[in-house]
Ligand binder design. Sequence first.
Ligand SMILES: [Zn+2]
Length: 718
Amino acid sequence: MIKFLSFRSAAVALIALTAAFFMTSTSEMKPIGAEAVGNPLLAKWTGPYGGVPPFDKVKVSDLKPALESAMAENLAEIDAITGNKAAPTFANTIAASERTGKTLDRVSTIYGIWSGSLSTPEVEAVDTEMAPKLAQFSDKITQNEALFKRIEAVYNSPAKKKLTSEQQRLTWVYYTNFVRAGAKLAPEQKKRMSEINQQLAGLFTKFSQNLLGDEGQVYLTLKSEGDLVGLPQDLKDSAASAAAAKKVPNAWVIRNTRSSVDPFLTYSERRDLREKAWKMFVNRGDNGDARDNNAIIPQILQLRAERAKLLGFPTHAHWRLENAMAKNPENAMKLMEGVWPAAVARVQEEVADMQTLADKEGAKIKIEPWDYRFYMEKVRKAKYDLDQNEVKQYLQLDKIREAMFWVAGEIFNFTFTPVTGLPVYHPDVTVYEVKNRKTGKHVGFWYFDPYARDGKRSGAWMNAYRNQERMDRETTTIVSNNSNFVKGKPGEPVLISWDDAETMFHEFGHALHGLSSNVTYPSLSGTNVARDYVEFPSQLLEHWVSTPEVLQRFALHYKTGKPIPKSLVDKIKKADTFNQGFATTEYLSSALVDMKLHLAGDKKIDADAFEKETLAALGMPNELVMRHRTPQFGHVFAGDGYSAGYYSYLWSDVLTADSFGAFTEAKGPYDKAVAARMIKYIFSVGNTVDPAQAYRNFRGRDPNVDALMIKRGFPVTK
Ligand SMILES: [Zn+2]
């Protein structure tokens, strides 16, 4: 298919980025070289249900020749379409394009995994070389005049009305995306556009490698028991295994990733070490060394601004949002600025609570950013008698996974069964077959890669190895969930936080979005939807973590096996909106800086100064920082995917909060009729329906922002 392809999973996103650019045709491409002959990456996948990725046959040295050969094949396929003497029709142009690039799809899946989950200097070298080439290849397709003329002819043809609604939508998607990528530009503009895209691809790669380097190679070493004061046993254990993995003898190691640093900041009694850990983490990409990202950012911004101008948009933000649900930056800003004052006001209250507690304890300190999580935890205990560490004893990684499967059974009628014998790319990865519980039909495979390791980017994300479609034959999907939990002692369960449990459900929501897909054409399948809509299904699924049905069955104490007591659940519920000031402000400050950076046009920008000035103007409280500071903002600078798009999580959360009301207004989260409607109108339709319309189909009306404010415990203002 001529798809939005991200050749490498470039971004540190919660969801793998699928959207980048369309691709196009011919010349200059190397013919299939001798090195490609017999390259196992080019072969059709073998195994059950249309085959599975041949992870056991991957050699890094095969990646480059496989990509080159697959690109050449794809361009030849496009030539066959443009060389067709028959007048353009949906079948011989749009549908034909959907059939192209299958080999490149398969190779890109493998390439993306090696680049994002198994990176080494050898893989980085392939990335550095191939990223600009892939961008150039992509432009060859979008700039292929003969192909665009055919697409345009189908789009403008009166025969379009006779197509199915999905075919009409697909035609619109092709036409719009070609135009958005510059198909209508003059030749010299197209040339410049292609140069810009290649330069950007190189810069994205460098940005992401710098970040990966700082996360993997920088860490905090704890040398004695005295450095561990306050840490719960499971954190000590994971710090010990991190030290073992890093081969640091007689010590403990805190990795420079969120899943290691956040718990340390929460529990360490050593304020000096908290400050060290905090500074290490918030300065990723910002250390003035070889991996510093500050010089890369203004180059990316300039190139994006120039590209937007070429395409006739005032700024990159305007271009990005044109085909998003928000439509324009003003709508996104209006939502963010509407929520911001309530979030900041709540931070002031939270800081006041923490300061009072610190004073009462005689700490003689002023709350600093490295104190926030530590005192927040103390306030949580004091105010709600709620101890996160006590909650954690009931949250075992394996049990939470079982809980996800159980919810998928209740709501989606899916069963998950472990499969052995299929190739995996790392011994930590497990594979499950997904079936429909009612019909027994195979739905797809789900790969799970839960643990942190060097060469794997931080965070959590979902990825589709293959999209569901039924153009020529029923093709089932293969999806994966990835996270960065730190392994505990061998044989002991991995305990995770409440937030982690929600994140697991979130990523699983993306996976279910992919698995529920029920469409004809691959480009419209599963999670290939607007960026500010894609987080809606995933965020919606987070709501099921706290249902009593899940907690009683799966929130079992790791030692006694007893379910979490009702009194503790009540406390969790009561503290539901606790700390929303912090959570919303650290997120929104990132989203606002992202948008403002991309609304600044071609103004020369010093990333550091811009960040400082923008935050000052916003009235950012001193006691916390952006969730992703500019030099480490992989969502925005490791690819185009979430650029001027980090607001998407809030936009989607408006839908999430409002839509969950459909359940609570009925019989509750397990209401079968509402669940069936949710699957029919939201989870199964992919991009075959306009998202605003899909939402209306489900909810019977447009979303209302009040539900979001209530969910976060903020006052509803009119
Ligand atoms: Zn997500």
